[in-house]
Design a protein. Sequence first.
Length: 232
Amino acid sequence: MSNNKNGWRTQPMYSFKEVSRLSGISVTTVRNWLFGYTVEERQVSPLITASPDTTCCSFLNLIEVMVAARFRKAEGTSFATVKQAYENAQKLFSLDYPFAHLRLKSIGGHIVHMISEKGSLQALDTPEQYTIPHLVIEMAEQIEYELDLAAKWYPVGKKIPIVVDPYVSSGVPVIEGRGITVENIEKRFYSGKQKFEFIAKDLQLQENVIQEIIRFAPRVFHREDVAIGTSV
């Protein structure tokens, strides 16, 4: 699929720190997954393809990092095994951005097989017996797709109108259809000392939406130590 169709999703717009906070992995891990790393004088190739001359990530990079992080968290697998699943998707189905693709759920059994005693992911001969981890499926269900690739992400589920849309407000989390940023509401609550009820009434939103925004906001703006597991 050409970048002309995906330009608004492939433009660098998220710092490594922002991707780190949203995905729950360290900044070092984000860099390693996008650009590779060296260990014992051996160069390890990237997990996810990114432009080598940028210090920021695109929306599709962000989604793929988060999906890879879900693989890691769900099964405690290594960088190498998640990379194998990614490469299986590329090779078997010729997909660009396979971890951000609409077909991820349907092809999951074809690209991964959890060997519980070894904790590794491998290609399958009988894919119907297996599925991708639930955390990955959960992530996929938070995504809205366009032209088969991720176009919007609803970080707390589609029932709550918090959305990350690269086409709106430079991809920062906003209230869908309103253009109000999560950061704005978070500041009203913490800095302005406004109550849930007041903010909800003022913005004509349900109180539970405001509560979910306040729960979600630290993931983007305040958490300093987000690293999970090892650096790769």
